[in-house]
Design a protein around this ligand. Structure first.
Ligand code: PEP
Ligand code: MG
Length: 318
Protein backbone atom coordinates (compact mmCIF):
# COMPACT_ATOMS: atom_id res chain seq x y z
CA UNK A 1 0.00 0.00 0.00
CA UNK A 2 2.96 2.27 -0.51
CA UNK A 3 4.04 2.56 3.12
CA UNK A 4 7.40 1.17 4.10
CA UNK A 5 8.75 1.01 7.63
CA UNK A 6 12.23 2.30 8.34
CA UNK A 7 13.69 -1.14 8.95
CA UNK A 8 12.87 -2.13 5.38
CA UNK A 9 15.08 0.52 3.81
CA UNK A 10 17.64 -1.34 1.69
CA UNK A 11 20.28 1.37 1.39
CA UNK A 12 19.29 2.69 -2.04
CA UNK A 13 17.26 5.89 -2.20
CA UNK A 14 14.37 5.59 -4.63
CA UNK A 15 10.68 6.29 -4.92
CA UNK A 16 8.11 3.47 -5.08
CA UNK A 17 8.24 3.63 -8.90
CA UNK A 18 12.02 3.49 -9.05
CA UNK A 19 13.07 7.14 -9.45
CA UNK A 20 16.55 7.14 -7.91
CA UNK A 21 17.46 9.76 -5.28
CA UNK A 22 20.83 8.97 -3.67
CA UNK A 23 20.72 9.50 0.09
CA UNK A 24 23.97 10.96 1.37
CA UNK A 25 25.43 11.92 4.72
CA UNK A 26 26.56 15.20 6.25
CA UNK A 27 29.88 14.63 8.07
CA UNK A 28 32.67 16.62 9.68
CA UNK A 29 35.45 14.14 10.39
CA UNK A 30 36.54 10.52 9.92
CA UNK A 31 34.68 9.00 12.84
CA UNK A 32 31.37 10.41 11.68
CA UNK A 33 32.13 9.26 8.14
CA UNK A 34 32.74 5.69 9.27
CA UNK A 35 29.46 5.75 11.21
CA UNK A 36 27.62 7.14 8.17
CA UNK A 37 29.09 4.45 5.91
CA UNK A 38 27.87 1.83 8.41
CA UNK A 39 24.39 3.33 8.20
CA UNK A 40 24.54 2.80 4.43
CA UNK A 41 24.95 6.39 3.29
CA UNK A 42 25.42 6.31 -0.48
CA UNK A 43 28.20 8.86 -0.21
CA UNK A 44 28.79 12.22 1.48
CA UNK A 45 26.72 15.16 0.31
CA UNK A 46 28.29 17.66 2.69
CA UNK A 47 31.72 17.34 4.29
CA UNK A 48 31.95 20.46 6.44
CA UNK A 49 35.74 20.80 6.28
CA UNK A 50 35.85 23.81 8.60
CA UNK A 51 34.51 21.86 11.58
CA UNK A 52 37.86 20.16 12.25
CA UNK A 53 39.62 23.51 12.44
CA UNK A 54 37.26 25.66 14.52
CA UNK A 55 39.82 26.12 17.28
CA UNK A 56 42.94 26.36 15.07
CA UNK A 57 44.83 29.59 15.79
CA UNK A 58 46.80 29.19 12.56
CA UNK A 59 46.08 27.62 9.22
CA UNK A 60 46.39 23.84 9.71
CA UNK A 61 49.47 22.38 8.03
CA UNK A 62 49.02 20.54 4.76
CA UNK A 63 49.87 17.31 6.63
CA UNK A 64 47.11 17.92 9.18
CA UNK A 65 44.60 18.83 6.47
CA UNK A 66 45.55 15.73 4.52
CA UNK A 67 44.93 13.57 7.59
CA UNK A 68 41.44 15.03 8.10
CA UNK A 69 40.41 14.87 4.43
CA UNK A 70 41.81 11.41 3.76
CA UNK A 71 40.10 10.13 6.92
CA UNK A 72 36.69 11.05 5.55
CA UNK A 73 37.39 10.07 1.94
CA UNK A 74 38.74 6.65 2.95
CA UNK A 75 35.39 5.72 4.51
CA UNK A 76 33.74 6.09 1.09
CA UNK A 77 36.14 4.59 -1.42
CA UNK A 78 34.36 4.25 -4.76
CA UNK A 79 31.53 6.55 -3.69
CA UNK A 80 30.98 10.31 -4.11
CA UNK A 81 32.24 12.60 -1.35
CA UNK A 82 31.33 16.26 -1.65
CA UNK A 83 33.78 18.38 0.30
CA UNK A 84 32.83 21.94 0.99
CA UNK A 85 35.71 24.39 1.07
CA UNK A 86 36.16 26.20 4.37
CA UNK A 87 32.96 28.00 5.33
CA UNK A 88 34.69 30.46 7.63
CA UNK A 89 32.73 33.25 9.27
CA UNK A 90 29.35 33.99 10.83
CA UNK A 91 28.26 30.96 12.89
CA UNK A 92 31.52 29.10 12.06
CA UNK A 93 34.39 31.56 12.67
CA UNK A 94 37.91 30.28 12.03
CA UNK A 95 40.46 32.23 14.10
CA UNK A 96 43.05 32.14 11.29
CA UNK A 97 40.71 33.39 8.56
CA UNK A 98 37.76 35.33 9.92
CA UNK A 99 37.96 39.13 9.99
CA UNK A 100 37.59 40.76 13.42
CA UNK A 101 35.02 43.39 14.18
CA UNK A 102 32.60 43.01 11.31
CA UNK A 103 29.27 44.55 12.35
CA UNK A 104 27.23 41.83 10.61
CA UNK A 105 29.38 38.70 10.17
CA UNK A 106 26.61 36.68 8.49
CA UNK A 107 26.49 39.36 5.79
CA UNK A 108 30.22 39.94 5.69
CA UNK A 109 33.31 38.16 4.44
CA UNK A 110 32.11 34.61 4.84
CA UNK A 111 32.53 31.36 2.89
CA UNK A 112 33.92 31.81 -0.62
CA UNK A 113 34.23 35.57 -0.05
CA UNK A 114 37.21 34.93 2.25
CA UNK A 115 39.18 33.71 -0.78
CA UNK A 116 38.31 36.75 -2.87
CA UNK A 117 39.27 39.65 -0.62
CA UNK A 118 42.87 40.79 -0.03
CA UNK A 119 44.49 38.60 2.62
CA UNK A 120 45.52 34.99 3.11
CA UNK A 121 42.23 33.44 1.98
CA UNK A 122 43.15 32.92 -1.65
CA UNK A 123 46.28 30.92 -0.83
CA UNK A 124 44.42 28.97 1.86
CA UNK A 125 41.87 27.94 -0.76
CA UNK A 126 44.58 26.76 -3.15
CA UNK A 127 46.27 24.68 -0.46
CA UNK A 128 42.94 23.17 0.51
CA UNK A 129 42.02 22.26 -3.07
CA UNK A 130 45.44 20.72 -3.71
CA UNK A 131 45.26 18.70 -0.48
CA UNK A 132 41.74 17.47 -1.18
CA UNK A 133 42.73 16.38 -4.70
CA UNK A 134 45.76 14.49 -3.39
CA UNK A 135 43.75 12.78 -0.65
CA UNK A 136 41.10 11.70 -3.17
CA UNK A 137 43.66 10.12 -5.47
CA UNK A 138 45.07 8.16 -2.56
CA UNK A 139 41.78 6.89 -1.15
CA UNK A 140 39.82 6.19 -4.32
CA UNK A 141 36.76 8.18 -3.28
CA UNK A 142 35.02 10.16 -6.02
CA UNK A 143 35.83 13.73 -4.96
CA UNK A 144 33.42 16.55 -5.61
CA UNK A 145 34.17 20.02 -4.27
CA UNK A 146 31.77 22.89 -3.65
CA UNK A 147 32.03 26.45 -2.39
CA UNK A 148 29.80 27.95 0.32
CA UNK A 149 28.04 31.33 0.15
CA UNK A 150 28.05 31.81 -3.60
CA UNK A 151 25.79 34.67 -4.72
CA UNK A 152 26.57 35.18 -8.43
CA UNK A 153 27.38 33.26 -11.59
CA UNK A 154 30.70 35.10 -11.78
CA UNK A 155 31.70 33.73 -8.35
CA UNK A 156 30.69 30.24 -9.48
CA UNK A 157 32.79 30.52 -12.65
CA UNK A 158 35.79 31.78 -10.66
CA UNK A 159 35.56 28.89 -8.21
CA UNK A 160 35.18 26.20 -10.86
CA UNK A 161 38.25 27.56 -12.70
CA UNK A 162 40.20 27.36 -9.44
CA UNK A 163 39.12 23.73 -8.98
CA UNK A 164 40.12 22.81 -12.54
CA UNK A 165 43.63 24.16 -11.90
CA UNK A 166 43.94 21.44 -9.27
CA UNK A 167 42.57 18.73 -11.54
CA UNK A 168 39.23 18.55 -9.70
CA UNK A 169 36.73 17.26 -12.23
CA UNK A 170 33.49 17.80 -10.35
CA UNK A 171 33.11 21.35 -9.01
CA UNK A 172 29.96 22.97 -7.71
CA UNK A 173 28.44 25.54 -5.43
CA UNK A 174 26.13 25.70 -2.48
CA UNK A 175 22.92 27.57 -3.09
CA UNK A 176 22.25 29.49 0.10
CA UNK A 177 21.81 33.07 -1.05
CA UNK A 178 18.47 34.01 -2.68
CA UNK A 179 20.27 35.89 -5.50
CA UNK A 180 21.80 32.61 -6.64
CA UNK A 181 18.30 31.09 -6.95
CA UNK A 182 16.94 34.01 -8.94
CA UNK A 183 19.88 33.62 -11.37
CA UNK A 184 19.87 29.83 -11.19
CA UNK A 185 20.09 29.30 -14.94
CA UNK A 186 23.29 31.32 -15.15
CA UNK A 187 24.78 29.85 -11.97
CA UNK A 188 23.97 26.24 -12.91
CA UNK A 189 25.46 26.75 -16.37
CA UNK A 190 28.85 27.33 -14.70
CA UNK A 191 29.01 24.25 -12.48
CA UNK A 192 28.85 20.46 -12.49
CA UNK A 193 26.36 20.34 -9.62
CA UNK A 194 24.81 22.44 -6.86
CA UNK A 195 23.58 21.73 -3.36
CA UNK A 196 21.06 23.80 -1.44
CA UNK A 197 21.96 24.85 2.07
CA UNK A 198 18.45 25.36 3.36
CA UNK A 199 19.69 26.57 6.76
CA UNK A 200 21.36 29.63 5.29
CA UNK A 201 18.95 30.01 2.39
CA UNK A 202 16.10 30.38 4.89
CA UNK A 203 18.15 32.77 7.04
CA UNK A 204 18.89 35.06 4.09
CA UNK A 205 15.42 34.74 2.56
CA UNK A 206 13.60 35.72 5.75
CA UNK A 207 16.28 38.06 7.14
CA UNK A 208 16.10 35.88 10.27
CA UNK A 209 19.27 34.88 12.12
CA UNK A 210 19.53 31.07 12.10
CA UNK A 211 20.94 31.17 15.63
CA UNK A 212 18.13 33.25 17.10
CA UNK A 213 15.46 31.31 19.00
CA UNK A 214 12.80 34.04 18.87
CA UNK A 215 12.80 34.09 15.04
CA UNK A 216 13.12 30.31 14.57
CA UNK A 217 9.58 29.98 13.16
CA UNK A 218 10.64 32.06 10.16
CA UNK A 219 13.45 29.58 9.48
CA UNK A 220 11.06 26.61 9.34
CA UNK A 221 11.95 24.62 6.19
CA UNK A 222 8.22 24.14 5.52
CA UNK A 223 7.82 27.87 4.83
CA UNK A 224 6.08 28.05 1.44
CA UNK A 225 8.33 30.95 0.37
CA UNK A 226 11.40 28.74 0.83
CA UNK A 227 9.74 25.84 -0.99
CA UNK A 228 8.82 28.12 -3.89
CA UNK A 229 12.48 29.11 -4.20
CA UNK A 230 13.37 25.42 -4.35
CA UNK A 231 10.76 24.98 -7.07
CA UNK A 232 12.52 27.66 -9.15
CA UNK A 233 15.77 25.78 -8.62
CA UNK A 234 14.24 22.46 -9.63
CA UNK A 235 12.95 24.04 -12.83
CA UNK A 236 16.38 25.53 -13.61
CA UNK A 237 17.98 22.17 -12.89
CA UNK A 238 15.65 20.45 -15.37
CA UNK A 239 16.33 23.06 -18.04
CA UNK A 240 20.11 23.14 -17.66
CA UNK A 241 20.58 19.45 -16.86
CA UNK A 242 22.72 20.36 -13.84
CA UNK A 243 21.80 18.26 -10.79
CA UNK A 244 20.78 20.12 -7.64
CA UNK A 245 20.62 18.39 -4.25
CA UNK A 246 19.73 19.48 -0.74
CA UNK A 247 22.14 19.27 2.19
CA UNK A 248 20.47 21.51 4.76
CA UNK A 249 18.40 20.29 7.70
CA UNK A 250 15.30 20.17 5.49
CA UNK A 251 16.56 16.96 3.88
CA UNK A 252 16.48 15.12 7.22
CA UNK A 253 12.72 15.56 7.69
CA UNK A 254 11.02 12.34 6.49
CA UNK A 255 7.74 14.13 5.73
CA UNK A 256 9.49 16.88 3.77
CA UNK A 257 11.84 14.61 1.81
CA UNK A 258 9.21 13.51 -0.76
CA UNK A 259 8.31 17.19 -1.24
CA UNK A 260 11.96 17.96 -2.02
CA UNK A 261 12.04 15.09 -4.51
CA UNK A 262 8.86 16.43 -6.10
CA UNK A 263 10.50 19.84 -6.42
CA UNK A 264 13.21 18.25 -8.55
CA UNK A 265 16.00 17.80 -6.02
CA UNK A 266 18.38 15.06 -7.21
CA UNK A 267 20.05 14.00 -3.94
CA UNK A 268 19.32 14.43 -0.23
CA UNK A 269 22.11 14.74 2.31
CA UNK A 270 21.51 14.59 6.05
CA UNK A 271 22.79 13.58 9.45
CA UNK A 272 23.30 9.82 9.07
CA UNK A 273 20.77 9.05 11.80
CA UNK A 274 17.97 10.19 9.48
CA UNK A 275 18.88 8.01 6.49
CA UNK A 276 16.63 5.04 7.21
CA UNK A 277 13.54 7.11 7.99
CA UNK A 278 14.02 9.35 4.95
CA UNK A 279 14.70 6.32 2.75
CA UNK A 280 11.51 4.66 3.97
CA UNK A 281 9.52 7.83 3.42
CA UNK A 282 10.51 8.33 -0.22
CA UNK A 283 10.12 4.60 -0.89
CA UNK A 284 6.49 5.05 0.13
CA UNK A 285 5.67 7.56 -2.61
CA UNK A 286 5.84 7.55 -6.40
CA UNK A 287 7.49 10.43 -8.24
CA UNK A 288 4.03 11.69 -9.20
CA UNK A 289 2.96 11.50 -5.53
CA UNK A 290 6.04 13.56 -4.65
CA UNK A 291 5.16 16.16 -7.27
CA UNK A 292 1.60 16.45 -5.96
CA UNK A 293 2.90 16.91 -2.43
CA UNK A 294 5.34 19.55 -3.65
CA UNK A 295 2.58 21.52 -5.36
CA UNK A 296 0.39 21.32 -2.28
CA UNK A 297 3.18 22.49 0.02
CA UNK A 298 4.11 25.39 -2.27
CA UNK A 299 0.49 26.48 -2.52
CA UNK A 300 0.00 26.53 1.26
CA UNK A 301 -0.33 29.78 3.15
CA UNK A 302 2.06 28.92 5.99
CA UNK A 303 4.20 26.05 7.35
CA UNK A 304 1.38 24.48 9.37
CA UNK A 305 -0.92 24.42 6.35
CA UNK A 306 1.89 22.97 4.21
CA UNK A 307 2.50 20.16 6.72
CA UNK A 308 -1.21 19.40 6.93
CA UNK A 309 -1.78 19.42 3.18
CA UNK A 310 1.13 17.04 2.65
CA UNK A 311 0.03 14.73 5.48
CA UNK A 312 -3.48 14.52 4.03
CA UNK A 313 -2.17 13.80 0.55
CA UNK A 314 0.13 11.09 1.90
CA UNK A 315 -2.87 9.31 3.47
CA UNK A 316 -4.86 9.61 0.26
CA UNK A 317 -1.98 8.33 -1.88
CA UNK A 318 -1.18 5.35 0.34
C1 PEP B 1 23.14 25.18 5.17
O1 PEP B 1 23.39 26.38 5.26
O2 PEP B 1 21.99 24.72 5.06
C2 PEP B 1 24.23 24.19 5.19
C3 PEP B 1 24.02 22.93 4.85
O3 PEP B 1 25.45 24.60 5.59
P1 PEP B 1 25.79 25.03 7.09
O4 PEP B 1 24.63 24.62 7.97
O5 PEP B 1 27.06 24.35 7.43
O6 PEP B 1 25.94 26.52 6.98
MG1 MG C 1 25.34 27.18 5.07
Amino acid sequence: NGTVVAAEWDGVGRTSDGHVVPLLANVGEAKGAVTAAGLRAQGVGLFRTELAFLSAAEEPSVARQHEVYAGVLAAFAGLPVTARTLDAGADKPLPFLTLDGEPNPALGVRGLRVARVPGPGSDVLDRQLATLAAAATETGAELKVMAPMVATAEEARWFVARCREHGIRSAGVMIEVPAAVLTAHEVLAEVDFASVGTNDLAQYLFAADRQSGPVAALNDPWQPALLRLLRLLGEASATTGTPVGVCGEAAADPALAPVLVGLGMATLSMGAGALAAVGASIAGASLEDCRERAEAACAAVDPAAARQAVAELAVKQA
